[in-house]
Design a protein around this ligand. Structure first.
Ligand code: AMP
Length: 357
């Protein structure tokens, strides 16, 4: 166990790092952030900030020296950095989880091998692969870069309409190694947030229903009107994933629900997840505290929901609505300390308690 008073290293300085640092502070820990951007959201609330690139060897050495355990807040952290740190300090979630999540092909293979169903998929290395894959999927699919995609970036949709071609599609994705997924005709998108500790104990939060706008999460609502079979299947998938990766920490896993009741996993993130922000307002122990508990070797906390709620992301100009939101009864407002409200930028979120249970 890493006792309170110790220091938790966090790679990445965005809002997830900020909320982790706040949760760590509540449990008596110090935090040190590794992030090249000065005055980043996480550094504003952390004990220390190493201003350097995520792969700067001196900075990594400094981070290892200062930290008793290290974690990360985004999945594009270089695996080499995490493996290097892991030689001298425990890094959670394990580097293997990061590695798998960084490559959509490795991720799909891992999920399928663990018995978790996904959309059909094909590897696309070139235009010819894409042509063949589109043919196999009736001309419909979503082409995604294997690496570095987020919030719907690095994706091209094929609907089977005239004028779509493998040639222009592959060029539009940047002619980089990609994956074509069959187009899923889903009725809902849901996600599950779960945590595993070093002893293999697992705790799962209630499932949330997510609505995306322009590829970015807009709202997460709890509860979700899906059958208990679907809910159970989603929780089981998370358990399989966590055990399969010998995982420690919080994971976020996204799914599609089909009209016929089939559940398909879309992807997982080896970190706290935007669709789990509601837990801070509607559970005794938030996903952020849960992650800190898991990586520090503390007992996992209570995941029961005490309220129904809807979390809404405040994106770009939405920040202008904050004065109104602050006047709303039952609204929990959380802002990330970002100075500039660029379009598409997550500035904060609000969770509205809709019913106390
Ligand atoms: P992702 O980056 O994989 O989370 O994709 C972003 C969003 O695109 C998802 O939340 C879905 O709304 C949509 N999407 C992704 N993959 C598929 C798919 N295979 N079929 C239909 N919609 C998808």
């Amino acid at each position: 166990m890493i006792s309170p008073g110790s220091t938790i290293g966090i790679i990445g300085g965005g809002q997830l790092g900020r909320m982790l640092a706040m949760a760590a502070a509540r449990l008596g820990y110090r935090t040190v952030i590794l992030e090249p951007q000065e005055d980043c959201p996480a550094a504003q609330v952390a004990s220390e900030h190493i201003v350097a690139a995520y792969d700067d060897p001196n900075a990594l050495e400094q981070l290892a020296e200062l930290s008793d355990v290290v974690t990360y807040e985004f999945e594009n952290v270089p695996v080499d950095s995490v493996e290097m740190l892991n030689e001298s300090k425990a890094v959670f979630p394990p580097p293997e989880a990061l590695k798998v999540s960084q490559d959509r092909v490795a991720e799909k293979r891992f999920l399928n091998k663990a018995g978790i169903q996904t959309a059909q998929w094909r590897i696309v290395e070139n235009e010819g692969d894409l042509k063949a894959a589109l043919l196999a999927f009736d001309g419909k699919g979503i082409l995604k870069t294997r690496r570095f995609g987020y919030d719907g970036k690095g994706q091209i949709k094929f609907t089977g309409a005239k004028g779509e071609s493998a040639k222009s599609g592959f060029a539009a994705i940047g002619s980089v190694p990609s994956i074509l997924e069959a187009l899923v005709d889903f009725t809902r998108e849901i996600s599950v947030i779960a945590a595993r500790d070093e002893d293999g104990n697992i705790k799962v939060y209630d499932i949330a229903e997510n609505v995306h706008k322009d590829g970015i999460l807009a709202t997460s609502s709890v509860p979700v009107s899906v059958s208990s079979t679907i809910a159970g299947l989603a929780a089981d998938s998370a358990r399989k994933l966590l055990d399969g990766l010998n995982y420690v920490g919080v994971v976020g896993m996204e799914f599609f629900v089909l009209a016929n009741g089939t559940l398909l996993a879309n992807e997982f993130a080896p970190r706290v997840h935007n669709s789990g922000h509601w837990t801070e307002a509607a559970c005794a122990v938030s996903q952020f505290e849960q992650h800190i508990r898991a990586i520090a070797g503390l007992p996992l906390g209570d995941t029961r929901r005490h309220s129904d709620c809807v979390m809404e992301n405040l994106i770009g100009d939405d920040i202008g609505r904050v004065p109104m939101l602050l006047q709303e009864t039952g609204a929990v407002v959380h802002l990330y300390g970002k100075a500039e409200a660029r379009s598409g930028r997550k500035m904060g979120h609000v969770t509205r308690i809709t019913k106390r249970l």
